[in-house]
Design a protein around this ligand. Structure first.
Ligand code: GAR
Length: 199
């Protein structure tokens, strides 16, 4: 069976990338194959995780690069990518980019959208905002990416409890373990399976 070719875009530690790699090994992801990892940061540990799993890596920096998005698009096309997964990718993509890959880009966000999302809400900031607001439940969301930051159609969500004494770091870890690392691979398989059906 032909598998959907997946590119994962990263910027940092890459624990969500690791969850995808592990899910591919364990068979949770079976309709797709991670064939490229692109980082906008040359020192992202995610690159090491990809190399350890024998996945091709590319660094495309945004800084001082007027062709950032075009460089990514070219890399995706050269590698015949069918599905793009943003896994801790800390750049907002333009409408030109997102419309070219409509319903073919997934993102994982560490809150229950529409809370604590949109421009400026990324990484630990999201958990800080949730704790400051005082919500008792947060979680993670996997959604399609369109021109509105964190505004595309929701694919999966999972709720996570907030506990007394949580710090942003403690909460981030719980949201990753209980939600992100589960729903990102699940949603990736769901969309990859749909892509295969269209062939
Ligand atoms: C994850 O919590 C991810 O949901 C979040 O950054 C972290 C990356 O960790 N993404 C965003 O905030 C995007 N708006 P990782 O590099 O270990 O996967």
């Amino acid at each position: 069976m032909m598998k959907a070719k997946i590119a994962v875009l990263v910027s940092g530690g890459g624990t969500n990338l690791q969850a995808l790699i592990d899910a591919q090994k364990s068979g949770i992801i079976k309709s797709g194959e991670i064939s490229l990892v692109i980082s906008n940061k040359p020192d992202a540990y995610a690159l090491t995780r990809a190399q350890n799993a024998n996945i091709k890596t590319l660094v495309i920096e945004k800084k001082d690069n007027a062709n950032f998005e075009d460089d990514i698009i070219n890399a995706l096309e050269e590698n015949n990518i069918d599905l793009i997964v943003l896994a801790g990718f800390m750049c907002i993509l333009s409408e030109k980019f997102t419309s070219r890959f409509a319903e073919r880009i997934l993102n994982v966000h560490p809150s229950l959208i529409p809370s604590f999302c949109g421009e400026g809400f990324y990484g630990l900031r999201v958990h800080k905002a949730a704790l400051e607001y005082g919500v008792k439940v947060t979680g993670a969301t996997v959604h399609f990416v369109n021109e509105i930051p964190d505004g595309g159609k929701i694919i999966l969500q999972k709720a996570v409890e907030i506990l007394d004494g949580d710090t942003p770091e403690v909460l981030q870890k719980r949201v990753m373990e209980q939600a992100e690392w589960k729903i990102l691979p699940e949603a990736t398989e769901m969309v990859a399976k749909e892509i295969c059906k269209e062939w």
